[in-house]
Design a protein around this ligand. Structure first.
Ligand SMILES: [Ca+2]
Length: 609
């Protein structure tokens, strides 16, 4: 299942057409209809229907064999072809195609996106849009473009239409050039309380439900919507084509994809900050039920270390962020987590507070309101969701890799993070059932696992790696639990050092044979053959490494001479020395994590789950 991220939300693919098929073939009949109705807006095209003579459908809408759907508008040469929607019916200017998914696919909520290259010409009106299956009036225009009319060539339009004369329009302008010059990604991200339009990942237009309802009109996004692709010609908005309009004109669609929002695939851990750079904080680090949750100067203590858990809860100090009342202004507090309680369920939503400020919102399910900083006092509260800065939050980072090593069969180790950097193990890495940690990977001291491609962390920047490890016996040589391959050496080693007879976190001074020196931090006592949680943190700000054993810092940070970038795969169960994989781990490993930041002590403690 493909997923993609858009801001802090993870989207899971629910429907798509990649338009991969032989050149000249019709779009898939199980996905698309040729539209058979009339047109409005005084448009000047006649849409072909499936079964029209002379292969007209294929001529106007077919695959190009190169992964694209091509909708083609031709100049009409038939003087008897009348466009009936005209006030005084006139000869149609063009023939074209309009496709839709009515009766074949529709969805309520989620992300609707398409990668499209529009044609360039006066009077052309390509569009990617969606309509409500029930009303056929409610409408999301993800992209409309009206071609070669001065500055319109660099503009794309979006809109939300509904009853009560609801017409809310947005416009995106390219930094330079025309839309017809290349493909662009047009998307609408539809959440319960707002819809957000973007071009090429740049968000430019957000419409909130409460603002629409407060204006006395109905929110139109309350039904399933089906998709429409078309190339209109002429009409009230673009005006008629003229002698400069090229025919045939072609609209290319690389793909149409629809996603549903899911909760994050992995927990994110860290501070939640607002636009004032204040932190979400448990008052006086109290753990009694009902302790206020407030904004407070950031100090990165446990009272400010939040886990955005995959179950929708937001946790600190072992308890859950809770709002009990449903009314606007209800205060935030800490409470014992209760399974599935709506009062403790939060959803991360992408939002745009302004054209330049785009922070996440925390949407509270029970009250259907958003967490915000109060206008007076410090205790956080919920209010109607809107584009207020007071509702903007910077959320903790998620790991760039998480291999739980609970796969239990085969040689593929799944990465649960958004990166999906799955690892492949040499046969001989097996599976064991552990009383404490469930299914874990068993390493025999001569085989290991490595990600299929590339690095997972940039070792020249801040990062954190962690793992639960359990040795078979005290080794008689160095052994490594987690590393990332360089050419000659590993970029780091989360390891057992034989010479120190202790756990260590090590970086070599250079990626050369027999490097002159290394920098390490070590635990203070010999390892046992029970489970130990190891974390290595490289902090690029002060260029230091630090080891944590069972969540406790082992000594003080040590300065690294050269934080070179290891560009090979991340490895579980080996280190690299002078070009060869070595230091194979004998024992069990569980829940390896890689983070693109230097986690603080409270965050490292929170990794031990
Ligand atoms: Ca394609």
């Amino acid at each position: 299942m493909e997923s993609r991220s858009s801001g802090p939300t993870t989207w899971e693919l629910t429907w798509s057409d990649e338009f991969s098929g032989a050149a000249g073939t019709l779009p898939r009949a199980d996905k698309w209809n040729f539209y058979e109705g009339g047109v409005g807006n005084n448009e000047l095209e006649r849409y072909v229907k499936l079964g029209d003579p002379d292969g007209a459908a294929q001529k106007h809408a077919s695959l190009d064999g190169d992964g694209h759907l091509v909708i083609t508008a031709y100049k009409n040469t038939d003087p008897n072809l009348r466009c009936p929607n005209q006030e005084s019916p006139t000869v149609c200017a063009a023939t074209s195609a309009r496709l839709d998914t009515f009766g074949k696919f529709s969805q309520q909520g989620g992300r609707f996106e398409a990668r499209i290259k529009v044609p360039d010409g006066r009077g052309l009106w390509p569009a990617f849009w969606a309509k409500g299956t029930g009303t056929r009036v409610n409408e999301i225009d993800v992209m409309e473009q009206i071609g070669n009319r001065g500055s319109e060539a660099g503009r794309a339009h979006s809109a939300l239409h509904g009853t009560d004369d609801l017409h809310l329009n947005g416009t995106y302008t390219l930094p330079s050039g025309k839309f017809a010059d290349d493909y662009h990604l047009f998307a609408a991200d539809w959440y319960p309380d707002h819809i957000n339009y973007s071009v090429d990942g740049v968000s430019y237009h957000t419409i909130y439900r409460n603002a629409v309802e407060q204006s006395g009109r109905k929110w139109p996004l309350v039904e399933d919507f089906y998709l429409i692709l078309n190339l209109a010609v002429g009409g009230d908005w673009p005006g008629p084509p003229d002698e400069t309009t090229p025919f045939p004109s072609r609209m290319y669609i690389d793909y149409v994809r629809v996603f549903k929002a899911t909760t994050p695939l992995v927990d994110a851990i860290g501070a939640i900050t607002n636009h004032n750079d204040q932190c979400v904080d448990v008052a006086a680090a109290g753990t009694a039920d009902g302790t206020a949750v407030q904004q407070y100067a950031c100090n990165r203590t446990g009272a400010q270390t939040w886990t955005l858990a995959t179950d929708g809860t937001v946790r600190a100090l072992g308890k859950c962020l809770t709002v009990l009342g449903g009314a606007a202004g209800s205060g935030a507090e800490l409470r014992t987590c209760a399974s599935g309680a709506d009062t403790q369920q939060w959803r991360v939503e992408a939002a745009a507070q302004s054209a330049t400020v785009k922070m996440a919102q925390l949407y509270h399910l029970a009250s259907a309101k958003c967490l915000q900083v109060p206008s007076t006092g410090s205790r956080l509260e919920v209010r109607e969701c809107g584009p207020a800065l007071a509702q903007g939050w910077s959320l903790p980072t998620a790991p760039t890799g998480r291999w739980k090593l609970d796969d239990g069969a085969g040689t593929t180790v799944k990465d649960a993070s958004r990166n999906a950097a799955h690892a492949t193990c040499a046969s001989g890495v097996t599976w064991a059932n552990d009383a404490a940690r469930g299914t874990v990977a068993q390493f025999d001291g001569s085989r290991s696992c490595a990600t299929a491609t590339g690095p997972v962390v940039d070792t020249s920047k801040s990062f954190t790696v962690s793992a639960w490890v359990k040795l078979t016996a005290t080794p008689t040589r160095n052994v490594t639990a987690v590393s990332q391959d360089g050419v000659q050496q590993s970029g780091f080693y989360l390891q057992y050092s034989r010479s120190m007879n202790a756990w260590g976190f090590t970086r070599m001074s250079a990626d050369v044979a027999n490097p002159a020196n290394n920098t390490s931090t070590y635990g203070t006592s010999p390892p046992t053959t029970g489970w130990t949680h190891l974390a290595g943190v490289y902090n690029a700000t002060d260029r230091t490494v630090r080891l944590y054993v069972d969540g406790a810092p082992a000594g003080t940070p040590v300065t690294v001479a050269n934080a070179w970038s290891a560009t090979g795969p991340l490895a579980i169960g080996h280190g690299k020395w002078n070009g060869a994989r070595t230091d194979f781990f004998p024992g069990q490993i569980s829940d390896v994590q890689a983070w693109p930041v230097a986690l603080g002590p409270e965050e490292v403690r929170a990794l031990r789950r």
